[in-house]
Design a protein around this ligand. Structure first.
Ligand code: ZN
Length: 410
């Protein structure tokens, strides 16, 4: 039987579990050691550590403490791993706990985190998704069901001290260009809510003040939120410290490209079964700076799409130069307006784009002045026909159900 090397208890705070940490720092002690070739299971909290509940009230999403995230399981040391190696991680399987077969998707308040379309959805909203084997449905978003492309949103190795300092320097420089911005330009170290795993109180006092937050993806992988890093994929991570220090969390049952809702995909607690191997000196052998990976041999078979185009002209009609962020935003907004014609609220349509196996493509970046991004919406996830036709939209939804909203407190 495969050994579970990190266990969690969903009714306990992640702060009481010393196999969990929520910052990146080279000195966070390993909580387990494995050998190359070993496979093992790691249990994970959802990324917020249980702050979001399975109910019909979005107040928890509005009031979430984002300085606490992400709660990661690890770090796991690998015997013989040294800086410059590649840590090869096979994701053998991922699942929800039998007592917790649900996940959540939400939009943060613009005053507390925001999101990709925060100017259009400034208040907190939440949808709950039930996990039925490999499929998911929501009582808040009728008319859709899809197969999960289940993956860890966040996985990577500990940074070296030198790399940590590089991250802090460059992110602080960006932050300082507009320190009062809401949402902020970057998330800087914040000791108050740091959980440094097994580090002693004395060591934590200094380390927590410089430990990197887990929000952005970085050279080590980290919070990449790549839906295709699903079970069955093989990832090659750069190693920066002795033992590697592999940590994982932020499991997603399903997610659209871009994780545009930010809170996030279909977020869940669960377990991940992995196998590790090493390629000695692999970073220089293959010129690896950021992780590379091979996708799973198993993916949901959605091969019919409605594809929405977007260009780098913003909602106010202003021309931008080859800006793919704006182009993708327009593609998403176009898809939301389209689905709204079928009776979905705009919030429901946004939730679908954040959670379904939607593909996002950078289609063109040379045709000045417009970048072109496309959003691929799988048509088979809908229980009714969403194709355009001569008779207009087959409005199937009566609008009586919506995604719960929690108005901002004054
Ligand atoms: Zn996530």
């Amino acid at each position: 039987m495969t050994e579970t090397i990190i266990k969690i208890n969903l009714s306990e705070s992640p702060y009481d579990n010393d196999c969990i940490h929520n910052r990146w720092h080279p000195d966070i002690p390993m909580v387990a050691t494995v050998k190359p070739g070993d496979d093992f299971i790691v249990e994970c909290y959802d990324w917020t550590g249980g702050q979001i509940k399975d109910d019909d009230d979005a107040a928890d999403v509005r009031d979430v403490d984002l300085s606490q995230v992400h709660f990661l399981s690890g770090p796991v040391g690998v015997e013989g791993a040294e800086p410059g190696d590649l840590l090869v991680v096979d994701i053998l399987d991922i699942g929800a706990f039998p007592e917790s077969e649900w996940g959540f998707n939400g939009f943060f308040s613009k005053k507390n985190g925001g999101g990709f379309l925060t100017d259009h959805f400034p208040e907190a909203q939440k949808s709950i998704w039930d996990i039925n084997g490999m499929f998911t449905k929501s009582r808040h978003v009728p008319g859709v069901e899809y197969a999960g492309l289940i993956h860890p949103g966040l996985i990577g190795c500990l940074p070296s001290q030198e790399m940590l300092e590089e991250w802090n320097t460059r992110e602080k420089a960006l932050y300082d260009t507009e320190p009062d911005r809401v949402p902020a330009l970057a998330t800087l170290p914040y000791a108050d809510t740091a959980h440094m795993g097994r580090m002693s109180k004395e060591d934590s006092a200094t380390a927590a003040a410089e430990a990197a937050r887990t929000v952005p993806p970085r050279e080590h992988g980290g919070n990449c939120d790549i839906k295709d890093l699903s079970r069955g994929s093989k990832i090659y991570f750069p190693v920066y410290v002795e033992g590697g220090g592999l940590s994982v969390g932020d499991l997603h049952f399903s997610q659209g490209d871009g994780e545009i809702t930010f809170c996030g995909a279909i977020e869940m607690a669960g377990w991940i079964h992995m196998r590790v191997n090493l390629i000695k000196g692999g970073m220089s052998k293959y010129a690896i700076k950021n992780p590379i990976f091979k996708p799973s041999p198993i993916t949901p078979k959605y091969d019919d799409y409605l594809i929405f185009e977007g260009i780098s002209v913003d909602e106010g009609g202003k021309q931008h130069y080859l800006d793919v962020h704006i182009a993708y935003r327009q593609a998403c907004l176009n898809a939301i307006e389209y689905l709204h014609k079928f009776g979905y609220s705009k919030a429901q349509a946004y939730a679908i784009l954040g959670t379904a196996p939607v593909q996002g493509h950078i289609s063109g970046v040379v045709d000045i002045p417009n970048a072109c991004a496309t959003l691929w919406l799988p048509t088979d996830i809908f229980e009714f026909d969403v194709q355009p036709g001569a008779d207009g939209p087959t409005k199937e939804l009566d609008g009586s159900i919506d995604v719960p909203l929690a108005p901002d407190l004054e």
